[in-house]
Design a protein around this ligand. Structure first.
Ligand code: FAD
Length: 468
């Protein structure tokens, strides 16, 4: 890899090879996982390249192709699976400055890949009272390109499902990694080639996303003294209320709120499990009536809380999704987590079974979502980490009981996902990145087509072993 020759070819484009900056921009939230922390801690790129336009980006890709230099795209680096970490070194392609909001129309917005989600919403709200359908809880920092390539869903998934569901991305412009990079426009079925592909088969340079009506969202926390399952059943029933517009429904088991939600602690009684909700302001009365009838106690309501009570509180979504784990990790570094699905229609029975299985070791945290028209829930349970072997055993016990795990302790697409080859994404990579230079080591199907996903072993990327 001849980085000096590459630098000469990139004259005029913003570069940074200061080792401290390169290391900082080679990292994401991989350290969430004790397993990834150990495997990826040494990973660093050689050069940060920050194109401002698609034309500059094409120059970067052509030059890297010519010099055989790997390229790992990066939005804001908030991925928690090590997605944006350059396992074989090379160029970290920083897309943060391709952040233009290009056009807004009824139901749609067009932006550059580096646009931050909260900035997009600010613009679309001001323009025409619209907002994005879905956002991760890292809304204030994450980029739209990184969300599409590395995320899956989040706040809003209770109404719209996941990012990979038809209609949740409208169009992507993608540049290939070839001697003469091509620019492709993908829509419909073709979008699945690059959504959640970790940037292994093309760089997204423009996105067109659907919008929905923006309302004032009210943060509410509902408490349940008797048991976590009361909070879970309430969350499920609220999600099934077709007339109440909620954007977030998050049951969390005691003692997580009491131990880790430092700023909200004053609102919780000992032993109380909670359900964190974002509800549309115009639906608040109906929501409160439903909650009373369902036996929930409103312990925090942003619409009626005093300024003193609200002082310093993070927004509700920053208690939810992966922020629950972040808050726990800040207090107890031995906490880790899993990402699971409790498939419809047995979600509540499965939640109850798994909640009872690991007392004092695994603490339930659910996120209600609408998937294929049905209400069900994902889990992001917190786990008191002891050993990797025990973590693997907890994963196996979930899977043996019919709860698939999207393993956040693996850096490959397949192991963190459905544990099978995505033939569409693999075929697209053959077309768009024939030399395998984009984000190497993340797609097992490319690195080792004969890999046996049932082997029970963790895939180890050869390039990473060498770098270590
Ligand atoms: P990055 O981390 O920079 O990149 C993500 C992946 O996309 C990488 O593989 C990168 O190589 C690739 N990529 C980036 N830009 C491009 C591009 N233009 N073209 C091609 N590939 C590209 N995720 C969720 O889905 N839902 C959540 O609710 C959620 N909550 C989170 C909470 C916390 C506290 C943390 C730490 C993470 C959370 N995440 C969540 C994960 C992550 O924050 C989101 O997926 C986020 O949208 C990623 O955006 P980013 O700009 O930081 O992407």
């Amino acid at each position: 890899m001849d980085v000096s020759a590459l630098k000469r070819d990139l004259e005029g484009i913003k570069l940074d090879d200061n080792p401290a900056i390169v290391q900082q921009k080679s990292r994401d939230f991989y350290w969430y996982s004790p397993v990834l922390k150990q495997q990826l801690d040494h990973v660093t790129g050689d050069l940060i390249v920050t194109p401002k336009t698609e034309a500059e980006l094409i120059r970067v890709l052509a030059a890297c192709h010519r010099h055989g230099v790997p390229v790992t795209p990066r939005g804001s680096g908030t991925g928690n699976y090590g997605q944006a970490m350059p396992l074989s070194g090379g160029v970290v392609l920083n897309l943060a400055e391709m952040n233009e909001i290009k056009s807004i129309a009824p139901g749609r917005v067009v932006t550059g890949p580096g646009a931050v989600l909260a900035d997009i919403d600010k613009a679309t709200r001001a323009h025409s009272g619209q907002e994005l359908r879905l956002s991760p809880s890292t809304y204030n920092t994450a980029s739209i390109g990184g969300f599409i390539a590395g995320g899956s869903g989040g706040v809003g998934s209770i109404n719209f499902g996941g990012l990979r569901d038809f209609g949740n991305v409208l169009r992507l412009r993608v540049v290939t990694m070839e001697a003469e990079p091509k620019v492709l426009e993908l829509t419909g079925e073709d979008l699945h080639k690059v959504t959640h592909a970790y940037g292994t088969n093309g760089i997204i340079t423009e996105v067109e996303m659907p919008l929905t009506a923006a309302y004032e969202w009210v943060d509410v926390i509902v408490g349940f003294d008797a048991s976590f399952m009361d909070a879970a059943r309430y969350g499920n029933a609220l999600a099934c209320q077709d007339g109440i517009l909620a954007k977030l429904i998050t049951p969390i088991a005691a003692p997580v709120p009491q131990l880790y939600f430092k700023r909200h602690q004053k609102f919780f009684r000992e032993g109380q499990s909670i359900c964190v909700v974002m509800v549309a302001q115009h639906g608040l009365d109906a929501f409160l009536a439903f909650t009373r009838r369902a036996g929930g106690e409103v312990i925090f309501n942003a619409a009626t809380a005093t300024a003193e009570e609200k002082k310093g509180l993070p927004p509700a979504y920053e208690l939810a999704w992966n922020h629950t784990t972040l808050r726990a990790l800040r207090v107890d570094p031995d906490i880790t987590y899993l990402q699971s699905l409790y498939p419809f229609p047995n979600q509540l029975a499965l939640v109850e079974k798994m909640d009872a299985m690991f007392p004092g070791e695994v603490f339930s945290h659910l996120e209600f979502v609408r998937l294929d028209g049905n209400i069900t829930c994902f889990g992001l349970p917190l786990v008191k980490f002891t050993t990797e072997a025990r973590l693997d055993e907890i994963v196996r016990l979930h899977e043996d009981n019919g709860c698939p795990i999207f393993n956040p302790h693996r850096y490959t697409l397949e192991e963190g996902g459905m544990k099978q080859t995505d033939a569409v994404q693999l075929a697209f990579k053959r077309e768009t990145d024939p030399q395998g230079l984009l984000n190497p080591g993340k797609m097992i199907a490319w690195e080792n087509p004969d890999y046996d996903y049932r082997s029970g072993r963790t895939f180890l990327f050869k390039g990473l072993q060498k770098a270590g």
